[in-house]
Design a protein around this ligand. Structure first.
Ligand code: HAM
Length: 439
């Protein structure tokens, strides 16, 4: 018989792995609640045209795109922002703004699988529609920062820039939007030489070449100094200057909003997606060279999809990479709650019905109880309970039952005692500390 493997780049999540992901998701949902982001779900499959419109060459090229049986050109979503802009342009068109929307969703990119890069991966997301103000940019950074803190991270840093800095300069040299997109793609990959060669071919001025070269090297954690240097280099370019001023203001607002994390201002910073129109950022830990999440401002996307002009800013923390980072930093220890479960073992077939009745009663009272259902003897049932990490076992035997009792065994300390059925729920509730309310 053929043993099937996972499709390359696709993963199964077994219980322990899934528990880590669920923990992260619970913290994301805590942030949805506290910051007022309402969760929305959209389909995995969208029109290829919608997804590719401002995705950028890299992502466009890596989409799982195909024709459905009706001949429609569709694709699996490589990210969520396009779908959310579509929803805001259509179904939420007349909703009061600003709109705060959130998601936890799987996305697909035909990337080369490697550490932290998968073909199916999960993004959490916070998208804020309807504000062009810098407070909105700061809010997205504040939420993302808060999420990292709630997950237990310290020592992470935020790399921040603004696409208008480079684009402003390229605009003033008359570089077309298509060529700018190519350049931003190369900058995203840090291919400085290719950027300069491309610009030379486009016959930009020597001054522009020199400035781009300087900008691509201008980055550091002394925000004020980097921004001042940037302003000096770009003193002739109004759009770039405005971007630098805005960056300074956003960082200050984020600081006031409680972000005490290091900012790395990167003047020559670009991200793969083409819809960004302003501030962009990514979150890193020094131990892992890949971004744990990223985002930015995209003021034109809703309009591009037929909606009202709606400025927007958002971010998507990547769940898979956050798992890796938390493992690296040992942040899961003590975080993953375990439910104290009990296995109910009847001694002999004629007590199976009684064991079912006891389990039903425990569950009605919020206690996680499972029946031994394969007719094993006590020895092998207890060894199964041990292997599966059961906290307790209840042995339903004829002798004890005659007195209205069962045997309650603590699997950890391997001690047991007789407990009257009338007292069982009370006794178990105290020990397992789960009540219906907390489930
Ligand atoms: P992105 O930077 O392409 O941005 O993805 C956001 C995060 O998703 C990345 O930082 C990373 O953690 C995770 N990610 C991306 N690709 C993979 C992969 N192949 N395997 C594992 N994790 C991955 C966006 O997608 C934008 N939509 C973010 C945004 C929201 N901008 C505005 N609003």
């Amino acid at each position: 018989m053929k043993a099937f493997e996972n499709v390359r780049g696709m993963r199964d999540f077994l219980p322990q792995e899934l528990a880590k992901r669920r923990f992260i998701e619970s913290k994301v949902r805590e942030c949805f609640q506290i910051y007022g982001y309402e969760e929305v779900e959209t389909p995995i499959i969208e029109y290829f045209e919608l997804l590719s419109m401002r995705a950028g060459e890299e992502i466009r090229h890596r989409m799982y795109a195909f024709k459905d049986l009706g001949g429609r050109k569709v694709a699996l979503r490589p990210e969520m922002t396009a779908s959310f802009a579509r929803v805001v342009a259509t179904k939420l068109r007349s909703e009061a703004k600003p709109l705060r929307l959130g998601y936890i969703a799987n996305c697909f990119r035909y990337d080369n699988p490697q550490m932290g890069r998968y073909r199916e991966f999960w993004q959490a997301g916070f998208e804020l529609f309807g504000s062009s103000r810098l407070e909105a940019d700061a809010e997205i950074i504040i939420v993302n920062n808060d999420l990292m803190k709630r997950l237990g991270f310290s020592g992470f840093f935020i790399k921040i820039g603004d696409v208008r800095i480079l684009r402003g300069l390229l605009n003033s040299e008359g570089v077309s939007e298509d060529d700018q997109n190519t350049i931003m793609g190369l900058v995203d990959k840090r291919k400085v030489k290719s950027v300069l060669t491309f610009l030379e071919q486009k016959k930009v001025s020597d001054g522009c070449l020199k400035t781009v070269k300087k900008l691509l090297e201008l980055r550091g954690t002394d925000c004020r100094k980097i921004l001042e240097d940037g302003k000096r280099i770009l003193s002739q370019n109004e759009r770039s200057l405005e971007a630098l001023e805005d960056l300074e203001a956003i960082i200050n607002l984020a600081r006031v909003g409680g972000v005490d994390t290091t900012f790395l201002v990167d003047v020559g910073f670009a991200r793969g997606l083409e819809y960004y129109t302003g501030m962009i950022y990514e979150v890193f830990i020094p131990e892992l060279g890949i971004a744990l999440g990223g985002g930015g401002r995209y003021d034109k996307l809703v309009e591009l999809f037929g909606g009202e002009p709606t400025p927007a800013v958002g971010c998507a923390p990547g769940i898979d990479r956050i798992v890796l980072a938390m493992e690296k930093k040992g942040l899961f220890s003590g975080q993953l709650s375990t439910i104290n479960r009990v296995l109910i073992i009847p001694v002999g077939d004629d007590l199976s019905a009684k064991a079912l009745e006891i389990a039903a009663n425990l569950r009605r009272n919020g206690i996680s109880a499972q029946n031994e259902v394969v007719g094993r003897n006590i020895g092998s049932a207890l060894s199964y309970a041990d292997k599966k990490g059961y906290a307790y076992a209840i042995i339903v035997g004829p002798r004890e039952l005659e007195k209205g009792c069962i045997i309650l065994r603590n699997m950890k300390v391997k001690e047991q005692k007789e407990v009257h059925l009338v007292n069982l729920v009370n006794e178990m509730s105290l020990m397992t500390r789960i009540s219906l309310k907390s489930i």
